[in-house]
Design a protein around this ligand. Structure first.
Ligand code: ZN
Length: 514
């Protein structure tokens, strides 16, 4: 049956649609201005702000965030969304996308009362301090009451927002719209089984990976190397900058200002190099949003998984390939440094891609990384569904580590307490890391069908055609298409692990000769 407002006659209907669209366009432009101002403050906090500035900075950021919230949940916006939903078929592609993204945020925001939002904020602030303390003392009991409270608040939030199959879907949707537990369960269990098989094969290899690489490089030389590599990869230095921060990150103030940070260690230049390449991948995505989308609300990443697919493509698929390492060695020789001098290129490739199960996720190699994620996914979804209790987590963590990676932490700071995510209440975030890996390989397999001689191009440092394909198929669309539409359009198929397993098998059989 047609809705009431769609019975309206032609001109009246067009006028009404235009009026409502204007309300939404005005809102997203304002939200973008507020959001990018907050981003600049957040960037400054991590890069330049003196320690004592934190009090006022906290207030500035909290004020901007509440300002955005108030604007989003206004009655006028709510009416415009409701009326446009009734005339969806009369909207064009971008208008439909705007309606999709805004109504997603609007309905999620209005269903959670103000009191619950402030209780969540307060609890996570206390919880974060408790987590730091618990991690320092390696004592889960300090963290456990706070974690129990945040789990309860999150469960309540899921109930208020509503769900079809699982409350955990509500949390996944915060980071990865389109993805549900029903999709992730088979995807991740296949990935887990295939990875464990591959790991066993690699562990049977006779290759002994050398530990003796010459990785020392003066910080000034590392900075020069970083800038050189960024220019080769296509990062626009007049639309961004590279600075230092304790924990590297990327932050965008519109596609004309996308900044990245890294952290230097004189004893090992590869740490800053690979974090720079990773963040560059994120930045290339944001620099590549179509300029006509500026301030339209669609000049955004469509999901964290798609964002992460871009960083992992450049860091792992390209950056850790034997071809890129050849290119890197040439750059180091051109700079006349002693880094990696005298090391056999094959040994460098093996060392940079060394596979060894480790306790800490952020130091994990490409093969074992996903096992760390799947373990966290399995635990957090059961936690939200009430199937496991907080006090059982250390034991559950350790038994899964033993089962999937064959190693077990001796203390909780190297186990269940290692990551900051749960102390922020960020349940549903971890899966986006593995989704990034899966999307990355699927996109790159499609790219190989359209860009000729990809490997030779990487060796020569000719990254333009690779970036161009990413721009045309992924970056320029911003948030116009949903992640699944984007994946289907770029690769011709739904999200699946076939290309990823093929990529890992080919790469590591070659390196480990198995
Ligand atoms: Zn990333």
């Amino acid at each position: 049956m047609l809705s009431k407002s769609c019975f309206l006659g032609g001109i009246m209907k067009t006028q009404k649609i235009k009026k409502n669209l204007d309300v939404l366009k005005q809102l997203v432009a304002e939200l973008k201005v507020i959001g990018t101002a907050a981003s600049l403050l957040a960037w400054d906090q991590e890069v330049y702000m003196p320690v004592k500035g934190i009090k006022v900075r906290g207030k500035q950021l909290a004020y901007l965030s509440s300002l955005s919230h108030v604007k989003l949940i206004s009655k006028q916006v709510g009416n415009a969304i409701k009326e446009l939903k009734e005339c969806k078929d009369d909207l064009d592609l971008k208008e439909r996308a705007l309606l999709r993204t805004l109504s997603h945020d609007y309905f999620k925001s209005i269903k959670v009362p103000k009191e619950l939002v402030s209780e969540l904020t307060e609890t996570t602030t206390l919880e974060q301090r408790a987590w730091e303390n618990a991690k320092n003392k390696s004592d889960f009991k300090i963290f456990s009451p706070y974690l129990s409270k945040i789990v309860k608040l999150k469960q309540r939030t899921c109930e208020l927002i509503g769900f079809k199959d699982s409350p955990y879907d509500v949390l996944l949707d915060d980071y990865e719209p389109d993805i549900t537990e029903k999709i992730l369960d088979p995807l991740f269990s296949n990935l887990r089984d295939e990875t464990v098989k591959l790991l066993k094969k690699i562990e049977s290899s006779k290759i002994k990976v050398t530990e003796h690489l010459n990785l020392k490089l003066a910080i000034d030389d590392q900075k020069r190397l970083g800038q050189t590599i960024l220019s080769y990869l296509g990062y626009e230095l007049d639309a961004g900058r590279l600075d230092e921060a304790v924990h590297p990150f990327t932050i965008g103030m519109g596609s004309g200002d996308v900044r990245i940070t890294t952290h230097y260690y004189e004893a090992d230049f590869t740490k800053a190099l690979y974090s720079t390449i990773h963040e560059c991948g994120h930045a290339l995505y944001e620099q590549g949003f179509d300029k006509v989308l500026e301030l339209s609300g669609l000049d955004e990443a469509v999901s964290l998984g798609i964002h992460e697919s871009q960083s992992r493509t450049w860091e792992n698929i390209i950056g850790r390939s034997p071809e890129f390492i050849k290119f890197l060695l040439l750059q180091l020789r051109k700079m006349n440094t002693s880094a990696l001098k005298g090391n056999n290129p094959e040994n460098v490739v093996q060392a940079i891609n060394k596979v060894k199960p480790s306790l800490i996720r952020i130091y994990a190699d490409e093969i074992t990384y996903n096992l760390h994620i799947i373990l966290r996914y399995e635990i957090e979804k059961d936690l939200i569904k009430g199937k496991v209790k907080v006090h059982d987590l250390p034991e559950l963590w350790n038994s899964k580590m033993k089962k999937y990676l064959g190693i077990m932490p001796k203390k909780d700071s190297e186990g269940v307490l290692q990551d900051v995510h749960w102390s922020h209440g960020s349940f549903g975030y971890f899966p986006t890391y593995s989704l990034g890996n899966i999307y990355a390989s699927q996109f790159f397999a499609a790219l190989r069908k359209h860009v000729s001689n990809v490997d030779q191009k990487i060796t020569k440092g000719d990254f333009k055609p690779i970036l161009q394909w990413m721009r045309d198929k992924i970056h320029k669309y911003g948030a116009i298409y949903t992640p699944s539409e984007l994946c289907k359009r770029a690769t011709g198929s739904e999200l699946n692990i076939k290309d990823y397993i093929e990529y890992l098998t080919n790469k590591y059989s070659r390196i480990y000769k198995v």
